[in-house]
Each structure stands twice: as structure tokens, then as C-alpha cells.
Design a protein around this ligand. Structure first.
Ligand code: SAH
Length: 191
């Protein structure tokens, strides 16, 4: 996401109850934040947050966290959420490298990655949210079960596209004629 510094962003993120600040202190008891035992799913790199907000609105019985490391980007989503708060959604202005500091093993039910920064250079490969290093971090926080699904042209696959929620980047790339690919994966080992 192209970054323009917004001076109002940092104070707004700091002041908002919808943004969790002391993430590490909630490790092992995130359900207390939501006041129920519903599963918790996170989007890493939520950008301006349309996807996670639509998803949370559609699924009130699942809890969601939207993580974005840049305040100026997260701020756009926060403004929308402040207008329309959802009891099952909170935001985190954090870097995903810290995930194992924030969550116990099995505490997260699902991780969404949408249009993650590509980091095309080899020397930056470990920064990709799909890198081995990040998969190891996900392994430390995710529940055991799941599935793998993959499609190369999501918008033209009726079954996979059913109920699809478009992200901002998805709309941008799709309108340029790029096919959208989707992968759902897991290690499939119950914890
Ligand atoms: N998911 C949104 C935005 C995609 S752009 C959409 O589909 O429209 C990728 C976003 O991921 C950027 O905003 C970037 O700041 C964020 N990001 C990249 N690496 C991250 C990390 N390690 N931790 C948290 N956010 C990250």
C-alpha cells in the first residue's frame, strides 16, 4: 500500500478503543476482549480494511482482528470502523513478525493474507508474508485443522467465488484485467 504520512493517524490509533495497543498482554486470553468463546481469525496487512470489515459484518459469530503495521494506512479503516463499530472486530497496528508474542498456539483459527506486498527481490524474500519464516510464525499461533484450496481465476470460478469479498487491491488489479488467484492451505494436524 502506498504510504502517505497522515499526522492525525498516530494519535487517533492511540486514542481508539477499537485498536488494541498492548497486544502481548492479551496473549492466551483474546476471547476476553470479545466477551465470548467464538473463533478468532486475523487478516495480516489489512490495508484500509474493507475485506475484514465486510467479513466481520457478515459473520457475527466469529471474531476478527485486522492487523496493519502502518498507522497511516490503518487509520483509513479505523475511521470507517468508528462510524460503524462491529462488536466482533478489533484492529492491531503491529508488525506480523511479532505474532508469536501476541498469540498462544492454537489461539487463532484462521489467517487471511490478501494482496501481500510481493517483495520480488531474493534478498527480501523473508519479508514476504508467505515466506518460510512467516509460515513458522503462523505455525506457532494457528489451530491444527484446515484445508488447501487453490484457484487461478477466482472471479470466473463460480464455486470458489461464492460469497467472495473484494479487497481494495483485488478491485484495482481485477479492473486492470488481471486474474485473481486464491489459495487456502493448512498443515492439517489437529493440535
Ligand atoms: N489487504 C489489503 C491491502 C494489501 S497491501 C487489500 O487487499 O486491499 C499489503 C498491506 O500489508 C500493506 O498495507 C502493508 O503495510 C501491510 N503489511 C505488509 N507486511 C506487513 C507485516 N509484516 N505486518 C503487518 N502488515 C503488513
Amino acid at each position: 500500500m502506498r504510504l502517505r504520512n497522515i499526522p492525525a493517524a498516530a494519535p487517533a490509533v492511540e486514542a481508539s478503543d477499537l485498536c488494541i495497543k498492548d497486544a502481548a498482554s492479551h496473549k492466551g486470553h483474546w476471547n476476553e476482549i470479545f466477551g465470548n468463546d467464538h473463533p478468532i481469525r486475523i487478516e495480516i496487512g489489512m490495508g484500509k480494511g474493507r475485506f475484514i470489515m465486510d467479513l466481520a459484518a457478515r459473520n457475527p459469530d466469529i471474531n476478527y482482528l485486522g492487523m496493519e503495521r502502518y498507522e497511516s494506512v490503518l487509520y483509513r479503516g479505523l475511521q470507517k470502523l468508528e462510524e460503524n463499530p462491529l462488536p466482533n472486530l478489533r484492529l492491531l497496528c503491529e508488525d506480523a513478525t511479532l505474532l508469536p508474542d501476541f498469540f498462544e498456539k492454537g489461539e487463532l483459527d484462521r489467517i487471511y493474507l490478501n494482496f501481500s506486498d510481493p517483495w520480488p527481490k531474493d534478498r527480501h524474500a523473508k519479508r514476504r508474508l508467505t515466506s518460510r519464516q512467516f509460515l513458522e510464525r503462523y505455525d506457532k499461533v494457528l489451530k491444527g485443522d484446515g484445508q488447501i484450496e487453490f484457484t487461478r481465476d477466482l472471479h470466473h470460478d463460480t464455486a470458489m467465488n461464492e460469497g467472495n469479498i473484494m479487497t481494495e487491491y483485488e478491485e484495482k488489479f481485477s479492473s486492470r484485467g488481471n486474474p485473481i488467484c486464491k489459495l487456502i492451505t493448512s498443515r492439517n494436524i489437529p493440535l
